[in-house]
Design a protein around this ligand. Structure first.
Ligand SMILES: *Cc1c(COP(=O)(O)O)cnc(C)c1O
Length: 395
């Protein structure tokens, strides 16, 4: 053999080797022992391996891990949380039919519904997230899929998921949940009657703000195969490297969530009692919309807090947020480091009114010490109050 060829025909090292961590199996081409096995490769898309895009041992291990915590028989991973939402919607909606979304859905849902689903003739309808069993009045024969998201983006209303899923089941309508806020450790949508549970693994599951991924978990083999087929038709898959990062994040998700939850809870008093804050949203607060459903259906909360500020704080909102040095300004959340996001004004809603007319700020509490976060928040809040003092003295 020439050296040129030796560089390619590398003998794999012998000996048993078992790493405690899940190996990273990078692959586009997957090799087969025989022509027959190669020709049968398409049947391997659901369980075996046929092409790197459709699954590697690393991605399958992650899928099995996610299925286990969701209480699902099957899971698949997608390149982002939104890819999982889009795939689910496109798989189960047809032209001329309706898909229902809660009015507080993740913000990319609305332009996707209006500008993309609309182009395909699929008719989106946004509903009041607190509709509960009254959703029945919206369920005519044109409805094919109903989404829930609980707590919902930014305003954190908790939905009565069992009431919604039982109304949908009675009419044979599929339901899908965006379970990103709670993660499968705090809520198991499939146990509440939901057919399809979706997570943005970019948030708490991966947990370090350095990877984007989505997951879909189901208990029905036919639904799983339809989703898997369509992920292939849309060319969607994940790399083994990123699957490995998510697996690593999952190992500490339970302790991270406990810590984020405890710190968030410890900060609520300071926020609730502050003059510049009109309302605090966090599902553990008895005043949070749908708190009773959270008590009934969830095993805990996480580190997201939304603040509705008094309208008079608007002129100093930017310097106040910028003064909170422990909070990075950014859109995503669920990582180790605390993040603050300022909601676009006004938040777009069509089925319900915006809860408040003042600025809206979302905090994602990370793993920093609660004293440091409290001091940082206090700094921002003091700046908000300064404008009030100025107004009062007429300066
Ligand atoms: C971030 C997020 C998504 C989208 O996830 P990406 O991985 O960023 O695409 C979907 N739903 C919710 C509730 C989210 O917070």
């Amino acid at each position: 053999m020439h050296d040129d060829t030796k560089c390619l025909k590398v003998p794999v090292a012998n000996g048993t080797f078992a790493s405690l961590s899940v190996p990273v199996h990078r692959a586009s081409t997957i090799v087969f022992d025989s022509v027959e096995a190669y020709q049968n490769r398409r049947s391997a898309i659901y369980d075996g391996y046929s092409y790197g895009l459709y699954g590697t041992p690393t991605a399958r291990t992650l899928e099995n891990a996610i299925a286990a915590i969701e209480g699902a028989s099957r899971a698949l991973v997608l390149p982002s949380g939104f890819a999982a939402i889009a795939l689910t919607t496109l798989t189960f909606a047809a032209a001329g039919q309706r898909v229902l979304f809660p009015d507080n859905a993740y913000d990319t849902v609305r332009p996707f519904a209006d500008r993309f689903l609309g182009r395909l003739g699929i008719k989106p309808l946004f509903y009041d997230p607190l509709i509960g069993g009254n959703i029945e009045s919206l369920l005519d024969s044109s409805v094919q899929l109903v989404w829930v998201e609980s707590p919902g983006s930014m305003t954190l209303e908790v939905q009565d998921i069992p009431a919604i899923t039982s109304a949908c089941r009675a009419k044979g309508i599929l339901t899908a949940a965006d379970n990103t806020y709670a993660t499968p450790l705090r809520c198991k949508p499939l146990a509440l009657g939901v057919d399809i549970s979706v997570c943005a693994a970019s948030k708490y599951i991966s947990g370090h703000s350095d990877v984007v991924m989505g997951s879909i978990a189901v208990n029905d083999e036919a639904i799983f195969r339809q989703l898997k087929d369509h992920s292939r038709f849309l060319g969607q898959g994940v790399s083994a490297d990123e699957a490995s990062l998510v697996l690593r994040g999952m190992e500490t998700m339970a302790v991270r969530l406990d810590r984020c939850e405890q710190t968030a809870l410890s900060l609520l008093d300071l926020l609730v009692s502050h003059e510049a804050v009109r309302e605090v949203r966090h599902p553990a607060l008895s005043s949070n919309p749908g708190h009773v459903f959270w008590m009934r259906d969830f095993t805990g909360s996480t580190g997201l807090i939304t603040l509705f500020l008094e309208p008079w704080t608007a002129p100093v909102l930017a310097p106040a947020v910028e003064a909170m040095k422990q909070f990075a300004i950014g859109a995503s959340w669920g990582g180790t480091k605390s993040v603050v996001a300022v909601l676009d004004q006004p938040p777009l809603r069509t089925a319900t009114a915006s809860p408040h007319d003042g600025p809206v700020v979302r905090l994602s509490i990370g793993l920093e010490h609660s004293d440091d976060l409290a001091a940082s928040l206090q700094q921002g809040l003091d700046i908000l109050l300064s404008v009030r003092a100025t107004a009062k003295t007429g300066k």
